[in-house]
Design a binder for this molecule. Structure first.
Ligand code: PEP
Length: 253
């Protein structure tokens, strides 16, 4: 972790109605009231953002959205703008999650525009990258990360990216129960940090938080977090239950 404040983020995907999300958020606020030295974020569905923001206000728990669109407003049925997320109480937004790339046509180019939109609105982007199983087996992990980072962050300077968080999420580990070993994760994180250093800026590379995502659970988080370039976790399934997510947040014991 090298002095970077860890971030533990929960991606609630398309689970929980507004009232269900409020209940889980209320329980999390209680369970996490005494945590220190760790940033926490939950990302419920859009319809739950506003009520959940009222529950987590003045607590240790931050609020994020799972996606945004780059236009400010207009005839874009089904989309949501950065200003709308800010007005609903968000501080973070997840961008380029592999499920959005796989099912909703998200590309490195659209990710690039969304990151710009998030930054301009004052949201912290959590930019997701990661290879599929076939790409890993073909020895293409580094070249896939290279392309995702080069295009996703193309045209950006260090001054733009001070808050950016990257989440390394090998697609084969998401929702499968197959976690990357801590060595596999560390290797990818170190590579991503080196890409930021070579392409953008050394100081930024050192301060940037790189989260690991892919079947993180209460019983494997501490092991992953021992690695020098792993600065937190993006958690899907295990973030849906307040007790389980709070154990992950309290990974130091
Ligand atoms: C995710 O949705 O980003 C994720 C990592 O899911 P899971 O923890 O369920 O693998």
């Amino acid at each position: 972790m090298s002095g970077r404040t860890p971030l533990i983020a929960g991606n609630w995907k398309m689970y929980k109605t507004g009232p269900e999300a409020v209940d889980t958020a209320q329980r999390l606020v209680e369970l996490l009231a005494d945590t220190a030295d760790v940033d926490i974020m939950i990302a419920p569905v859009f319809t739950a953002l506003d009520p959940v923001s009222q529950v987590v206000a003045d607590s240790r728990v931050g609020l994020g959205a799972q996606n945004l669109y780059w236009e400010k407003e207009g005839a874009y049925t089904g989309e949501i703008s950065a200003d709308m997320l800010v007005a609903a109480g968000c501080q973070y937004v997840i961008i380029g999650h592999s499920e959005r790339r796989q099912y909703f046509g998200e590309t490195d180019e659209t990710v690039n525009k969304k990151i710009r939109t998030a930054i301009d609105a004052g949201l912290i982007p959590v930019f997701c990258v990661g290879e599929t199983e076939a790409e890993r087996e073909a020895g293409q992990t580094f070249s896939v990360l290279d392309k995702q980072v080069q295009i996703g962050l193309g045209g950006y300077f260090a001054k733009d990216l001070g808050t950016l968080v990257i989440a390394y999420e090998p697609v084969w580990a998401i929702g499968t129960g197959k976690t990357a070993t801590r060595e596999q994760a560390q290797e990818a994180h170190q590579y991503i940090r080196s890409l930021i250093e070579q392409n953008i800026d050394k100081t930024l590379a050192q301060s940037m938080r790189i989260l690991y995502g892919g079947s993180v659970k209460p019983d494997n988080v501490a092991d992953l977090m021992q690695m020098p370039d792993i600065d937190g976790a993006l958690v899907g399934g295990a973030s849906l239950d307040a007790e389980s997510f709070s154990k992950i947040v309290k990974f130091k014991g």
